[in-house]
Each structure stands twice: as structure tokens, then as C-alpha cells.
Design a protein around this ligand. Structure first.
Ligand SMILES: Cc1cc2nc3c(=O)[nH]c(=O)nc-3n(C[C@H](O)[C@H](O)[C@H](O)COP(=O)(O)OP(=O)(O)OC[C@H]3O[C@@H](n4cnc5c(N)ncnc54)[C@H](O)[C@@H]3O)c2cc1C
Length: 372
């Protein structure tokens, strides 16, 4: 498979690189919070309409290609500046697909300008890998929903303006066929959000909804129709979730660190570094395969799962290498290598665990269904 960027794509990449120059110090990719400097960066992107790069022109976007979006966020990842906010990706793209004209007018301009942030609130104590088992319930009472239940592991929900909440609007036994997506203001009475620090220094949250009242018009898409909407949103976002720019940067940092420590004088270390360089190149190819598929309008869940697997495994191998080579200072917190190790362990869980990704690849790419 030969993948080459076009002249226009290369020119766009250069434009992005020039734009990013003054933001390289930000360093909010690995450990991030909705801090004023990060918001300033996103607003600078918003001025160019780059947060809505691929949204349709009719919805306030630039109507550009998925490959351009991949190039944009891949460069941002390489420079460790930031991760793409969920509001401009999963949330906004779902509103573009399923929102009414009134909902589009209400939400899209503020999301595009980064005037609001949203947190994905899907997972629950008993429903992480098995999202179809969500129990948090929204009862319809006239022109409102009353929401009761618990959520957990929701990244930065305590700092977001709104929750993008997955909840049950029908029978528990109907599993994924009875779920809806509702936008809930973070300041709603009855909503309690407890931040939990994760081992990499980031925060996710535990959320309790105790009869939280939200207007019906905050539901996006049909009642009980969330499952297929979530699938469509995932398909729209596959190319920007696990970007090779991050791996390339991790590898370069570890290589420089190992060289500065003189460990690369050992031929065994040099051999291992070459192996890792090949792993990074393979991960790049996998990442580009997904980007090309999304760009061509092909839904590629197995390619995407394989990309997550290779990305997170190579990420961990790079992060551990400096320690394996005996560079003791790699474990010091301020050196910048140790955080790769802490953070790479978590990457294997968020967005679907390694075991779940293995199952997707086994079933969808290898045709194995688990029965004899
Ligand atoms: C850093 C981070 C950020 C996150 N951010 C968010 C967020 O913003 N919003 C949100 O809603 N959630 C978020 N999550 C939650 C994440 O999506 C879940 O942790 C993940 O889906 C796994 O669910 P669980 O933790 O309930 O584990 P479980 O589903 O209970 O799994 C426990 C173990 O069992 C294995 N397992 C489960 N089912 C199967 C199966 N069918 N076959 C084989 N093995 C299986 C898993 O692989 C895992 O090893 C985040 C998680 C992390 C770590």
C-alpha cells in the first residue's frame, strides 16, 4: 500500500507547522486540564475555523477532508500541544448529523468558537466495556427528563461546561436499543462531580445524578436512538484518536535521552533502538491506513482497533526502553521520560481496552467468532 500526501496536503501541513511555532511550549498532550493557556490555543485555532475544519460549510465549518483533519491533529500531537477536544469531534459531528436546525443553531457556533467545553459521560461502574448495559436513567416528565444514576472515569468532567451524557430511556433488557444522548449543564442542581487523579497526573471523575432536570430539547437525535449515533460518531473520529505523531515524538525523546546518557554505545541498545524505530514506522503505516479509509468514506473498525493496539503497545515499549537500557534517571519525575511510562499504561484502557480491541480484530478482520 503506497500512501503519499498530495501537494495541497503538504502545503497545509506546512501552514499548520508555522501556526504551531508559538504554541510548542504548551505541553498539554500528556497531562492536560482545561487551563486558560490551552483555551487560548483552541481559540487561536477557532479564529482559523480549524476546530470545525471538516464540518460542512452549511454548519459553519470549512468542509475540508478527513485527511486534512488528520494532518492537523497529527502535527499538534507530535508537538505535544493538546488533544482534540471531544466537543469539536464526537459531540459536534453528532449534532451535525442528527441535530435539528434549532439545536445546530444553539450549540455549533459556541462549540466552533471554543466558548464551551463538553465531557463524554458514557462509562459507569458496571458499564465500561459493556456500554449497552448503561443504567443511568432519564425519565420523561412532560417537557423535561429527570436523570438519576452514576457515571465514572469521565475525563475532566469537573472542568467542563456540559456533560454529553449517555443514559437509559427505555427498558434495561433492551440494552443498546434503549439509550439516548442528552446534553446536561454541569451546574445542574442534583449533579455531583468528584474529580479523581489518575496515575499520569490527569483527572477523571465520578458523577452522581440525583433527579437532575434537563429540558427535552437537550436530547440530540431520537429517543432510544443513541447506539447507532455513537457508532457513527466513532467512525467519524477513528483517524484522529491514535495519531502516529505522538509515537514519533516519544521515540525521538527517548533516543535523545539514551544518547545523552551514553547508553547507545552498547550495540545491544542500538539494536533495540533500531527495532523500536521499525515498530514506529509500522504504527505510522497503520495510522495512515485508518486516515485514508476515513478520508475515502470507508468505515474501518478492525483497522482502527488494530491501530489502537499497535499504537498503545509501541507507546509502552518506547516508554520502557530507557529504563530497560539502565538509564537510572529515566525514573525521575522531572526528566520527562518517566511520564511516558505512566501515561502509556493508561492509554490501553481509555477508548476501549486491549482485550476488547483484540476481539474486534479477531472477529472482524480474522473472521473468528469464538465458537468451535
Ligand atoms: C484515561 C482514561 C480516560 C477515560 N475517559 C473516559 C471518558 O472521558 N468518558 C467515559 O465515559 N469513559 C472514560 N474512560 C473509561 C473507559 O472507557 C473504560 O475504563 C473502559 O471502557 C473499560 O471499562 P471498565 O473500566 O469498566 O473495565 P471493564 O469493562 O470492567 O473491564 C475490566 C477488564 O475486563 C476485560 N474485559 C471486559 N469485557 C471483556 C470482554 N468482553 N472480553 C474480554 N475482556 C473483557 C477488560 O479488557 C479489562 O481488562 C476512561 C478511561 C481511562 C483509563
Amino acid at each position: 500500500m503506497k500512501i503519499a500526501l498530495t501537494a495541497e496536503q503538504l502545503a497545509f501541513r506546512d501552514e499548520v507547522r508555522a501556526f504551531l511555532q508559538p504554541w510548542k511550549h504548551l505541553n498539554k498532550y500528556l497531562v492536560s486540564e482545561n487551563s486558560p493557556d490551552l483555551m487560548e490555543f483552541f481559540r487561536a485555532m477557532a479564529k482559523r475555523n480549524w476546530l470545525s475544519l471538516v464540518w460542512p460549510v452549511a454548519d459553519g465549518g470549512l468542509g475540508r477532508s478527513a485527511m486534512d483533519e488528520f494532518i492537523l491533529w497529527n502535527e499538534i500531537a507530535y508537538n505535544r500541544i493538546a488533544r482534540a477536544p471531544h466537543s469539536v469531534g464526537i459531540v459536534a459531528k453528532t449534532i451535525v448529523r442528527y441535530g435539528t436546525p434549532e439545536q445546530k443553531a444553539q450549540w455549533l457556533p459556541r462549540i466552533r468558537a471554543m466558548d464551551l467545553t463538553m465531557a463524554l459521560t458514557y462509562s459507569e461502574p458496571e458499564a465500561g466495556s459493556d456500554l449497552a448495559g448503561v443504567r443511568c436513567r432519564a425519565e420523561r416528565q412532560g417537557d423535561h427528563y429527570v436523570i438519576t444514576g452514576n457515571k465514572c472515569w469521565n475525563s475532566r468532567a469537573h472542568q467542563s461546561d456540559y456533560l454529553w451524557l449517555l443514559c437509559r430511556t427505555g427498558e434495561q433488557s433492551a440494552r443498546g436499543k434503549a439509550l439516548s444522548l442528552i446534553i446536561v449543564p454541569r451546574e445542574s442542581p442534583g449533579l455531583r462531580i468528584r474529580p479523581i487523579e489518575v496515575m499520569d497526573g490527569n483527572f477523571f471523575t465520578e458523577i452522581t445524578c440525583d433527579a437532575v432536570k434537563v429540558p427535552v430539547e437537550n436530547r440530540i437525535g431520537p429517543e432510544n436512538g443513541a447506539w447507532s449515533m455513537m457508532g457513527a460518531a466513532l467512525a467519524d473520529e477513528r483517524h484522529v484518536q491514535f495519531l502516529y505523531g505522538r509515537l514519533r515524538r516519544d521515540y525521538e525523546d527517548v533516543l535523545n535521552f539514551v544518547r545523552a546518557n551514553g547508553a547507545d554505545r552498547d550495540p545491544v541498545v542500538r539494536h533495540r533502538l533500531r527495532e523500536l524505530a521499525i515498530d514506529v514506522a509500522e504504527a505510522e503505516l497503520q495510522s495512515l491506513r485508518v486516515a485514508v479509509a476515513v478520508n475515502d468514506g470507508i468505515d474501518a473498525p478492525a483497522e482502527s482497533a488494530a491501530n489502537k493496539l499497535v499504537h498503545t503497545l509501541v507507546c509502552q515499549a518506547i516508554a520502557r526502553a530507557a529504563m530497560e537500557f539502565g538509564c537510572e534517571s529515566a525514573v525521575l519525575v522531572d526528566i520527562g521520560i518517566e511520564i511516558l511510562w505512566r501515561q502509556s499504561m493508561i492509554e490501553t484502557i481509555g477508548g476501549g481496552t486491549t482485550q476488547i480491541m483484540n476481539s474486534v480484530v479477531a472477529r472482524q478482520r480474522l473472521g473468528l467468532n469464538g465458537t468451535k
